[in-house]
Design a protein around this ligand. Structure first.
Ligand code: ATP
Ligand code: MG
Length: 392
């Protein structure tokens, strides 16, 4: 008998001819995610992935903590594999598993069996019945049968080997990372952008980040906060390359030369231009922001349109229709919330105009931007002086 993990994946199973590409990507991502925890034999097996630890001892909780962050996984079953597939072995394995799952607690349960070997002397129903009776006889103080709504569903699968498992731990779902191109996330220290990046990554898109800092108005702590957020995303993506772009000179320039009620929108347009240039250098095909329509002055539909007009790459705004509460609940789930609410200044709050324009018109904004005569050089300079950090 051997502890194993059975991985269920949903959506990728229906991708027709591309299916093997997605499965291979998932297999590779699973391998990378648990590599540091021991030696594992990982293989595809009839529509799922089987992970067999090769070491004597492995930390199941640690493995689960990694696997629950691999996009594409729908469910993880912790179970037992036994190479013997006779009725006595089935009963013993099932009992052993139930004893370890139940501890000293009381539960209702039912047995469900499946067999791919149709030559087995008993059919699925008969197997379930016999195994159920055997378990009950040995654990009668603890267990009761409930076929409609059991607390524990004990699964018995007869393939080339025997597999027994009960609990299915939900995975994050989505698509395997690396199967859907690459995008650059405009990552601030706020609640929204990490969530936006995570959502797009969940669809299989590799992501990197761009953070604009404005020292000395923004501190080292504010920058560290963004790096810490990037680490939380990297827990799902494995690796995250963050560009830290010095933005103070550009902000001062806008502040001095443009009408103050337009500061935010012009600043955001320049952020987009810089992010787009970096995206192209990184061979990324899209940008991602944490904007949500109506949330603040710079996120009215008019502002979003004017911001959008300055770039040609598609801009993904996965939170566009989300309420703050919905965003917060994802931020908590992916563990970015506590970092995001740390009270360090961000570059946008420093140069915020008192009466920001909420319905900017593109032609007026472009007109105002004509005063920024040196902006092309400043943009090149900012990119040249940016620092890159790779987090894992
Ligand atoms: P967040 O919670 O993500 O900070 P927000 O609600 O504060 O968003 P804004 O400040 O208007 O909204 O920013 C909108 C989006 O612009 C952010 O979600 C992020 O994608 C990007 N952004 C804002 N400030 C920065 C920055 N300093 N560096 C990189 N991207 C930024
Ligand atoms: Mg913000």
């Amino acid at each position: 008998m051997k502890n194993i993990f059975l991985i269920k994946y949903g959506e990728i199973a229906i991708k027709g001819n591309n299916r093997y590409l997605f499965e291979n990507a998932l297999l590779k991502n699973i391998r990378l995610s648990i590599k540091a925890l021991g030696n594992f034999h990982i293989q595809k097996e009839q529509g799922r992935i089987l992970i067999e630890p090769e070491d004597e001892y492995i930390d199941t909780d640690e493995v689960l903590s990694k696997l629950t962050k691999v996009f594409g996984i729908v469910g993880i079953c912790v179970g037992i594999k036994n190479e013997k597939v006779d009725m006595d072995s089935i009963k013993e394995t099932a009992l052993y598993h139930m004893q370890s799952v139940c501890g000293n607690n009381q539960y209702t349960f039912k047995v469900e069996s499946r067999r791919s070997n149709k030559n087995f002397p008993l059919n699925s129903m008969e197997i379930s019945k016999e195994v159920g009776a055997y378990i009950l006889a040995n654990m009668e103080d603890q267990l009761k049968v409930d076929v409609h709504n059991p607390e524990i569903k004990l699964n018995i699968e007869l393939r080339n080997s025997l597999y027994v498992y009960s609990k299915v731990i939900p995975g994050p779902g989505g698509m395997p990372l690396g199967t859907n191109g690459k995008a650059m996330l405009l990552l601030s220290g706020g609640i929204d952008s990490p969530v936006a990046g995570w959502m797009v990554a969940k669809r299989g898109v590799e992501i990197g980040g761009v953070y604009f800092e404005s020292p000395p108005y923004t501190s080292e702590r504010a920058k560290q906060k963004v790096i810490d957020l990037a680490k939380k995303i990297a827990a799902y993506t494995g690796r995250f390359k963050l560009y830290i772009v010095p933005f103070t000179d550009i902000q001062m320039e806008i502040y001095q030369k443009c009408p103050h009620q337009q500061l935010t929108i012009i600043m955001r347009r320049i952020m987009m231009r810089i992010a787009e240039k970096i995206a192209k250098e990184e061979n990324a095909q899209a940008l991602i922001t944490g904007e949500s329509v109506g949330q603040v002055a710079s996120q009215t539909i008019q502002s979003l349109a004017v911001t959008n007009a300055v770039v040609t790459l598609p801009v993904f705004r996965p939170l566009i229709g989300f309420d703050k509460e919905d965003i917060v609940s994802i931020a908590k789930k992916i563990d970015t919330y506590e970092i995001s609410i740390l009270p360090y200044e961000d570059c946008c709050t420093i140069f915020v105009p008192r009466h920001p324009e909420t319905k900017p018109k593109l032609e007026y904004i472009q007109k105002s931007e004509e005063a920024l005569t040196d902006i092309e050089n400043m943009i090149e300079e900012a990119i040249k002086n940016s620092e890159t950090v790779i987090v894992h």
